[in-house]
Design a protein around this ligand. Structure first.
Ligand SMILES: Nc1ncnc2c1ncn2[C@@H]1O[C@H](COP(=O)(O)OP(=O)(O)OP(=O)(O)O)[C@@H](O)[C@H]1O
Length: 552
């Protein structure tokens, strides 16, 4: 239990921050006192100041602008922070998980908080124990560059938990974690608070972690509003939406009307089903889900069977580094279909999308057939598949290279062959397309920004926009929901429905089951034979879920 009378681990009084060169303050008048044992969440829309608050709490802002007010933090084992960029969680100074886990303790030369005098060995032990508690014991001897996004996040969290700081500041810690990992993390954080630690969780999405905090606050335009103690557990959908926060908790409705033609989506929903029951790995949604997927699933099969798939995948097997990741995977996608790809961390979702796009490295062994309506894609190199399959990977920054957002889009649309005298008209047409896409992806105001100055979620918007410029038949999206607030999620949903309404299929990975329920016509799940207590590498297979029983 938290001790409210104890010396606080963090106290901000009238605190604010003004980024150098910015027109207005990112934070102002923030009062926040966190005592040992407390778990506090601060949620807000993208741009509301949540990441800045995390950095302020962790004392990482001093050289970036003007800090105002006062900040008092626990001395000694202090405040440590995990940032919100899933791709920047590793130090880049080690190659193996075991070394990476030990590094935070080594860098600080710090003794274990819980066992003063025990030396860095205690930190190592605590980090390895934290990794096991988070379900990652089997990762200990793995190379860092072979980890999935969620596995990287687990390793980063375990390394910091091993330090046993007085306050752990976590910016969107649930990002890229599956539901089981989020539950294990919650358990670990509670245990850590019970032992005298404290946690500040920030983000744009309500999940199991933020919902479990005993104190809950929201940021709006840099101002902090804390819910009264009695209301902390009852922040409802209305409150969250008011502050622009998305809820990824299962059972939340947040339904929006379909913007695409329901008839089109309905036909598409079943179009890929083959006569062989094992041909398609799909599920109509978990028991109890009642999203558009099931509605579509009740369309007359005869009408739908006539639709030609835009993508057919047969007997796809992938091993990476000699270990099977996917085995005999089958899937077909119909035009205008939105399909979510779900599964535990490390179950092979990103591997599947990369295999479809032809983007796996030389360490991967890929076999099986991948066909569009016209082409044997598996016989083509990645750049020739790209006209059919547009891939938006987990790390958006890896797909950005221009110096402004607008230039990034312009370079994605090569001008068609034209006569010199038509040049102005051709350029104007391209400008029009780019302006329209900037608007649809909410990036108009950022058009002249450097892509690397955008948050990861907005970088993803930009990469999605570049992918759409290719007018693909299939859009492959890896974790597009990460780090989005409520408006950002709505924009994404609308965009995907528009893509589908124009006849393309969308295959998107996600851990946000509430969103999947809302957006998907079909939900495909990869199951891992992953034993968290084992030290063996996980083996993953594509499983076919029996379709949900249909209503009368
Ligand atoms: N280069 C590699 N060499 C060996 N194994 C790899 C490599 N890349 C990924 N893996 C392993 O393959 C498995 C599947 O990884 P993948 O990234 O496809 O999972 P995922 O389902 O996308 O996970 P997450 O939800 O965490 O993003 C994991 O066990 C991962 O550790």
């Amino acid at each position: 239990m938290s001790d409210h009378t104890a010396e606080p681990v963090l106290e901000l009084t009238g605190a604010g921050f003004h980024h150098r060169g910015a027109r207005s303050a990112a934070l102002s008048g923030v009062d926040l006192r966190i005592a040992p044992g407390q778990m506090v969440s601060v949620l807000g829309a993208q741009g509301s100041g949540t990441s800045t608050l995390c950095r302020l709490a962790a004392g990482l802002l001093e050289d970036r602008g003007r800090v105002s007010g006062t900040r008092t933090a626990a001395a000694g084992s202090g405040v440590v922070m995990l940032g919100d960029d899933p791709e920047a969680q590793q130090t880049g100074m080690t190659s193996y998980v075991r070394d990476e886990l030990r590094l935070p303790g080594r860098l600080r030369g710090r003794e274990s908080h819980s066992e003063p005098g025990a030396g860095t060995g205690a930190c190592d032990h605590a980090a390895e124990a934290a990794l096991a508690d988070l379900g990652g014991a089997h990762l200990l001897d793995r190379r860092l560059d072979s980890l999935s996004g969620g596995e990287r996040q687990i390793v980063a969290l375990a390394g910091l938990l091993g330090l046993r700081p007085a306050l752990l500041v976590l910016d969107q810690p649930g990002l890229s974690l599956d539901a089981a990992a989020r539950t294990r993390l919650l358990h670990g954080l509670r245990q850590y608070c019970a032992e005298g630690g404290a946690v500040l969780i920030a983000g744009h999405q309500e999940d199991e972690l933020s919902a479990a905090c005993e104190r809950r606050a929201f940021l709006r335009e840099g101002q902090l509003v804390e819910l009264p103690a009695g209301e902390a557990s009852s922040a409802d959908d209305g409150t969250l939406e008011e502050f622009g926060v998305w809820s990824s908790l299962p059972g939340q409705t947040q339904a929006q009307p379909m913007s695409s033609s329901p008839g089109q989506a309905r036909d598409a929903g079943l179009g890929s089903r083959g006569s062989d029951a094992s041909e398609v790995a799909e599920s109509a949604g978990p028991a109890g889900s009642a999203g558009p997927a099931e509605a579509a699933g009740q369309a007359a099969p005869s009408a739908v069977d006539a639709v030609r798939p835009v993508l057919t995948v047969e007997e796809l097997s992938v091993s990476r580094g000699g270990t099977p990741t996917l085995e005999d995977f089958r899937l077909s996608l119909a035009p205008a279909e939105i399909v979510t790809l779900e599964g535990a961390n490390g179950s092979g979702k990103s591997t599947l999308l990369r295999a479809l796009a032809g983007l796996l490295g030389r360490d991967a062994d890929v076999s099986g057939r991948i066909c569009s309506a016209e082409l044997a894609l598996d016989e083509l190199p990645a750049h020739r598949r790209a006209g059919t399959l547009a891939w938006v990977g987990q790390d958006p920054s890896a797909q950005l290279s221009a110096s402004t957002v607008r230039a990034e889009l312009e370079r994605s649309v090569p001008l068609p062959r034209h006569r010199r005298r038509d040049r102005a008209a051709v350029r104007a047409a391209r400008d029009g397309v780019v302006t329209e896409l900037l608007h649809r992806t909410g990036l108009s105001e950022a058009a002249q920004s450097h892509p690397y100055d955008l948050s990861p979620a907005r970088q993803k918007d930009l990469v999605i926009a570049t992918a759409l410029l290719l007018r693909p038949q299939v859009l492959l999206l890896d974790e597009p929901t990460l780090g989005r607030d409520h408006p950002g999620m709505q924009r994404l949903t609308g965009l995907l429905r528009d893509v589908a309404a124009a006849g393309a299929a969308v295959l998107t990975t996600t851990h946000d089951l509430a969103w999947a329920e809302q957006v998907a016509q079909r939900r495909v799940r990869l199951d891992s034979t992953h034993d968290h207590s084992s030290t063996h590498r996980p083996r993953t297979t594509a499983e076919t879920d029996p379709p949900e029983p249909k209503g009368p």
